[in-house]
Ligand binder design. Sequence first.
Ligand code: ZN
Ligand code: ZN
Length: 313
Amino acid sequence: MAECSVCGREAIYCARYEGRCYCEEHFLRWFDSRVRKTIRKFRFFGKREHIVVAVSGGKDSLSALHYLHNLSKKVPGWKLTALLVDEGISGYRDIAIRDFLRVAEELGVEYRIISFREELGHSLDELVRIGEERGLSYRPCTYCGVVRRYLLNRTAKEMGGTVLVTAHNLDDVVQTFLLDLTRGEVKKIPRLGPVTGVRSHEGFIKRVKLFYEVPEKEVTIYALLNDIYPRTYVECPYARLSPRWKIREFLNGMEEMYPGTKYALLRSLLRLVEDLKGVYTEKPGMCRVCGEPASGEVCRVCELKAELGILKL
Ligand SMILES: [Zn+2]
Ligand SMILES: [Zn+2]
């Protein structure tokens, strides 16, 4: 059994990319110091903030909520609330919501739940079915991603939030990076920076990716050690339909063989985000239907609704 590199006790985790191992206590300290470093380095928060944490009920967002709940106790100028978007994926989100409610109640965090059905009149399952009937070629993750992003932004603003936290981790970020590259979507790369939404348009709330520099595995361990790991883990039924699944397998294989691959990709990404600053200067306007930010005359959500026949343009 490996020993903790700090105290010599039995290790629970070895970070192969840095050749060090940690016991439970030192893992948690190390985890905390790294997330704090990310927060400072990228200037995620100021002294006075209303932090809205986007939660799904999965391990990453429950960890983000737990972590920031503890941190916010030490910062008098911070208010912390949670926002959950219920897409309406039966056998998946309904189960995850129970885990969210348990943790939110334990922590005593205020929260708001909004749903696709309330906002669009249809759950994601229904949108997928309507899309199929109409012969649209979108994957479920397209509807989900576009609508979630939109609803999170709009609702966090309504709640009076000053910054929206998502629980994206290192793995999520580098997977999306490769995904964008494989699709020729270089324009989307600036969205993968640690902080987005600032300066681009007044209709966007500032968004930060809390676990930007933390591998998924380590967020999982944090969740397990703090007893917030979802009691009933279910995979999203649509996950394997996304090319992300293949990229994820590929990246995990690379990391296994060549530890440090994911961090190297993150460094390349940060460099590119910096280099691309001001290159794709889309000045979004306002959607003429709903008033939210839009790159054209109509925003992406209103466009999708029109394609699905649930909105007349
Ligand atoms: Zn130790
Ligand atoms: Zn719109």
